[in-house]
Design a protein around this ligand. Structure first.
Ligand code: GLC
Length: 496
């Protein structure tokens, strides 16, 4: 007779990880021209950290990706990828970090150029990129559950999935999510290139057709199972012609599959207590050294070192929708007070000239740094007192969150992600806000902020509130988790 021995069974979490592939034109820290890259870099890590996801990110291998990164990439193989009738070389490189696997798509003809965008053949470059995304999957043995495409440069990946690849068995259950980081850039092309360049059959013309041409963002909205934007308010706003750059009717018609999820920032990367760009470190609990950062900033920018003069700062692209016309309308009034105004950014010639001239006329009060300098931006986030962001529209915005994390109080217009992240001081919030796109409304709240600055006790409470607001990905990563789950429930049901 055999004896039965009792075994202790430990329950393991054997649920397979869900597979997500981010398709984007930029990813920090490798290649970044703006907020999109930061979000790709930090959201992918936050999802991987939850251990529920196998997260992979695919981007082009641009010339501007520095050697310090490049030399770590592993060559996987090279394949041939169709761009309509053309057959193009595609090298696949891989790199793993913080639980995320990155793929870099190599083709020197398309990507051995400076910068990421602005070339006459951007349509072809991103058609190649998106076609590569589809073709690579069997070679990396990774068929994602969710193909998460970001902005117009990745829209063709969703379109290729739904018009060509979903007829192949391995691709049929891949669900597509399209995230709009900025509805202004849509990918407009002439209808004549639909087959010739994008390799999309005229049978699918209706998906991309908009005002007689091709609109890639419109195509992605139409064919994805879900689409999203980077803040709940922006998801509402893009139904309105004022914000939608022509796409409001398409957004409204597809509203049933639209979600808005606020971006987060990486609290370890943006951390005043460890940031080595700062002359001294501090935290919300021990903010004392912020005064050193302020004095050093004033010295660096040749402004009088005055501890009790508030510094109002802007770090922005110098383009109209960032609210610069409000600033130019009232900045002279603001400068009547004992304030210093610091601006960092590049952009339209008119604004570059305006702020240079302003600094020339007010050398004791204004510093205009017409450049892009990440190191200096950290010094400004830390050394300033008030951070101004009066955008006309702002899908999410990250600077207001970074400034707050550095204890610099944000003054924002209530639009998009600014409205969702900064709440008015008067209602117990973490900054100052104004609703109408009006220069004197902005000046009014700026004055309120400056008045409060002189009430040291209240101001330090507000600084602390700003610095301790939770801008991490924790809440938003859960929302993406829910969104992916909804998408996949649908896929699981379809499988039955
Ligand atoms: C775009 C938007 C910005 C957003 C960023 C990341 O750059 O203009 O508001 O924060 O994408 O989603």
């Amino acid at each position: 007779m055999s004896t039965i021995t009792k075994k202790t069974v430990t329950k393991k979490n054997t649920a397979p990880k869900r597979k997500v592939l981010f398709v984007a034109s930029e990813a920090a820290p490798f290649i970044a021209t703006g907020g999109l890259a930061e979000v790709i870099g930090s959201l992918s890590k936050a999802l991987a950290k939850s251990r529920k996801y196998d997260v992979r990110v695919i981007v082009p291998l641009y010339e501007d990706i520095k050697d310090e990164y490049r030399k770590k990439y592993k060559f996987i193989k090279s394949i041939t990828v169709p761009v309509s009738w053309r057959q193009q070389y595609c090298g696949i490189f891989e790199y793993k970090e913080c639980g995320v696997t990155y793929y870099f798509v190599d083709n020197e003809y398309y990507f051995k150029r400076h910068g990421c965008y602005g070339y006459f053949d951007d349509g072809e470059r991103f058609a190649f990129f998106c076609s590569s995304v589809m073709e690579i999957l069997p070679h990396i043995d990774f068929y994602p559950d969710v193909l998460h495409c970001h902005d117009w440069q990745a829209a063709l990946a969703a379109l290729y999935l739904k018009t060509k690849y979903c007829f192949r068995p391995e691709y049929q259950f891949i669900r597509a999510l399209f995230t709009i980081h900025n509805i202004e850039y849509q990918g407009w092309y002439s209808m004549s290139v639909l087959e010739e360049l994008f390799g999309i059959s005229y049978d699918f013309k209706h998906l991309v057709e908009f005002n007689g041409g091709i609109n890639l963002m419109k195509g992605a909205i139409e064919c994805c199972e879900r689409f999203s934007t980077v803040s709940p308010t922006y998801a509402q706003e893009i139904k309105d012609p004022y914000f939608a750059h022509g796409l409001h009717e398409i957004v409204r018609r597809n509203e049933f599959k639209l979600t808005g999820i606020l971006n987060g920032i990486d609290p370890d990367y943006y951390n005043p207590s460890t940031d080595n760009a700062l002359p001294a470190n501090y935290s919300a609990e021990e903010p004392g050294n912020k005064a050193i950062c302020k004095a050093e900033l004033q010295r660096l920018l040749n402004l009088p070192v005055k501890p009790d003069t508030p510094i109002v700062a802007m770090i922005t692209r110098l383009v109209a929708h960032k609210g610069l016309d409000l600033v130019t309308a009232v900045v002279e009034d603001l400068l009547q007070r004992d304030v210093q105004f610091v601006l960092l950014g590049t952009g339209e010639g008119y604004y570059e000239g305006y702020f240079r001239e302003l600094a020339r006329r007010h050398p004791d009060k204004v510093a205009a740094c017409i450049t892009f300098n990440a190191n200096l931006s950290r010094k400004i986030y830390a050394g300033a007192d008030v951070f101004l962001m009066p955008s006309k529209s702002e899908p999410c915005g990250l600077s207001q969150m970074i400034a707050s994390r550095y204890g610099t109080v944000a003054v924002v217009r209530e639009t998009g992600g600014l409205r969702d992240s900064i709440l008015a001081y008067g209602s117990g919030g973490n900054g100052f806000t104004f609703a109408n796109y009006n220069a004197h409304d902005m000046l009014y709240v700026l004055n309120e902020a400056i008045n409060l600055y002189h009430n040291k006790e209240e101001w330090s409470k507000l600084m602390r509130k700003a610095a301790t607001t939770d801008f991490t990905w924790s809440a938003s990563a859960k929302r993406y988790d829910k969104l992916y789950s909804d998408l996949l429930t649908y896929a699981t049901e379809a499988r039955r």
